[in-house]
Write a protein that binds this ligand. Sequence first.
Ligand code: IMP
Ligand code: MG
Length: 181
Amino acid sequence: MPYVNGNDKLKILLRSAAIKKRVIQVAHQITKDYKGERVHLIGVLKGACIFLSDLAREINLETSIDFIAVSSYGKGKQSSGQVRVLKDLDSSIEGLNVIVVEDILDTGLTLSYLLRVLQQRKPKSLRIAAFLDKPSRRIKDVKGDYIGFEIPNEFVVGYGLDYAERYRNLKDVCVLTVPSE
Ligand code: IMP
Ligand code: MG
């Protein structure tokens, strides 16, 4: 049984075995699409760290990794759309095949901002790999090029995704219910 905080309720939505299988499929698709080329994975901290580390190990290409951290000023579970770079990339992406690796594509506010910032830095190509996609929540018209799973409009944790920094280390993706809300 995983650790649960207080009276929080967790219900499994995606099991680790299914996640493993799907991540391998996505990595194989990337390997096929970029055959003979180098890819540069940019993980969006902190949520994407688990997905990125599993995905990267299944990609059979010359691969480099960098990280960026952004914050969206929002209260609780809401994203406000005002995004700020907290930690920038270590190196230039000019001329590289960049794949932005995100935990979840929700409203699309974070990724539409990030894509704008990264496009100005002249990558050769720029695509998105999102572990999860909640299309029903979209405000900005952003499409993921590689999607792990499409999920319904529920707040989920695990496999990198957090609630107040908890539960990122769960192997499964779970729907979280917090009793006080
Ligand atoms: P956006 O709304 O597409 O800008 O998503 C911004 C960020 O909100 C994501 O990168 C996640 O960190 C967080 N987020 C959105 N939905 C969930 C969720 O269901 N669980 C945990 N974090 C989420
Ligand atoms: Mg988060």
